[in-house]
Design a protein around this ligand. Structure first.
Ligand code: BEZ
Ligand code: FE
Length: 277
């Protein structure tokens, strides 16, 4: 976030309390000059490595801000944190939507079709919704870490049908660790916090007259569901996977191995101005 996006009035309200809270901690723990200097060195390193979002995530501060920002939103799909791995301008994917290209090593993964409908809070289809998806591959993590993957693999943007329905082909993601090779990784190690996240798919959904939604979908029986290092799992976002092994279905999909499907319907919140009009 850009500090110019926070009003001076808000800064004047919040900052004195933040500083007072910090001073209380320093007093309570009798933090020395040397220790405070080490904290400043650490934060400088976090900035140099562009890891402030990651730091906010692993300290579960992002989850707290997300909860406060969306308090009481019961008529819409729950939001979730964006994390640091979103990339602007992903490729536009035409129908039938497939968000990845094959690469060496991918054969060990399982194909997954995610489908659902995008509707407004009153149940009407949102036919101009645009979905923007990003996730890891079945192993090796995100495109930006995995040299075997083409750039922007497992990322893509696409529209929905007139009735709000969508489907995209991807692969079942696996749990992975957040980046551990920088200052935040050192902090996790030093404090004994594991770096694992449960498998998930990130969604950004935008449509005229609606609040943008940023969320994630998780899958049952993941070993890190109750223990996500950024604490972002919400029960309503855990969606079952169905396995399909029927020969006819495999032929219809042009696949040589069993595949999975996952249904994820999305409800968008009308934008403030639209709701008031
Ligand atoms: C992610 O899900 O992409 C992510 C979230 C927080 C920290 C690192 C990665
Ligand atoms: Fe992620």
């Amino acid at each position: 976030m850009d500090s110019t996006k926070v009003s001076n009035e808000r800064l004047q309200q919040v900052l004195p309390d933040a500083i007072a809270a910090l001073h209380r901690v320093i007093e309570k723990h009798r933090v020395t000059e040397k220790e405070w200097s080490a904290v400043l060195d650490f934060l400088t390193d976090v900035g140099r490595h562009d890891e402030f979002v990651l730091l906010s995530d692993v300290t579960k501060t992002s989850v707290l801000a997300d909860a406060i920002s969306h308090e009481g939103e019961t008529d819409a799909t729950p939001s979730d944190v964006e994390g640091p791995l979103y990339r602007e301008n992903p490729p536009w994917r035409e129908k039938p939507v497939k968000i990845y290209e094959e690469y060496e090593g991918i054969e060990n993964g399982d194909v997954l079709f995610v489908h659902g409908r995008v509707t407004s809070a009153d149940g009407t289809p949102v036919s101009d919704a645009v979905l923007d998806i990003w996730q890891t591959g079945p192993d090796g993590g995100y495109d930006v870490w995995d040299e075997r993957q083409p750039d922007y693999n497992f990322r893509g943007k696409f529209g929905v049908d007139e009735d709000g329905s969508y489907e995209f082909q991807t692969m079942v993601p696996k749990p992975y660790t957040v980046p551990t090779d920088g200052p935040v990784g050192r902090l996790l190690e030093a404090t004994g916090q594991h770096p694992w996240r449960p498998a998930h798919i990130h969604f950004k959904v935008e449509a005229e007259g609606h609040e943008p939604l940023v969320t994630q979908v998780f899958f049952p029986e993941d070993p890190y569901l109750d223990n996500d290092t950024i604490g972002a799992v919400k029960p309503a976002l855990v969606r079952p996977l169905s396995k399909h092994e029927n020969e006819e279905e495999l032929t219809r999909r042009g696949l040589g191995a069993p595949f999975y499907t996952c249904e994820f319907d999305i409800t968008l919140k009308p934008a403030m101005s639209a709701a008031q009009a």
